[in-house]
Design a protein around this ligand. Structure first.
Ligand SMILES: Nc1nc2c(c(=O)[nH]1)N[C@H]1C(S)=C(S)[C@@H](COP(=O)(O)O)O[C@H]1N2
Ligand SMILES: [Mo]
Length: 162
């Protein structure tokens, strides 16, 4: 059984892990019924693209970096394109290969903050993120207090019906 300490969605320390956990950047999309599909670079590229400028990564320990222009696919559009059409879903868990993660509710995605939607991001300032930089990374532009939702090395996007 997993203890609280192992739960990737439990509150984290703010000490970021500088080491990419593995080289490959494939991640799994897990449907509410448990079906898994593996998403690779080619599939990401074929999805609608979006770029958001003036993003900062704010770390309580190390100050902030930026401004960056992050680009990728809005999480909502990724889900709308890749989930079977009649899928009922209410939240997603996004977990990295090093056991870091966050939860995002459907309501949050349906009410994006202006034109700054949550992105599944593969580019920064016009260049593909390196694996060390977090490829593939979740970018939550509305998070400006700390970087706990800016999840690097996404490994699993798990969709829940409730
Ligand atoms: N997978 C993963 N993502 C992570 C972390 C981590 O340890 N693992 N640390 C978080 C924290 S605490 C910070 S401050 C930022 C650091 O992002 P940066 O490397 O772009 O500065 O990444 C966030 N995303
Ligand atoms: Mo952090």
């Amino acid at each position: 059984m997993r203890g609280m300490m192992d739960d990737p969605l439990a509150p984290h320390t703010h000490e970021p892990n500088p080491h990419p956990p593995a080289e490959d950047a494939f991640f799994d999309l897990v449907y509410p019924d448990g079906t898994k599909v593996s998403i690779d670079w080619g599939q990401m590229e074929a999805l609608p693209r979006w770029a958001i400028s003036n993003c900062y990564i704010v770390s309580s320990g190390h100050g902030r970096s930026g401004p960056f222009t992050f680009a990728g696919t809005p999480l909502l559009l990724l889900l709308q394109h890749l989930l079977p059409p009649d899928t009922h879903w209410s939240q997603v868990e996004l977990v990295s290969a090093d056991g870091f993660g966050t939860r995002i509710f459907r309501m949050e995605l349906m009410q994006p903050v202006g034109d700054r939607p949550i992105l599944v991001c593969d580019q920064r300032d016009g260049k593909r993120l390196s694996r060390a930089e977090g490829w593939v990374r979740l970018i939550v532009p509305s998070e400006t207090n700390d970087a706990l939702r800016q999840v690097k090395w996404l490994k699993e996007i798990k969709v829940h019906s409730s």
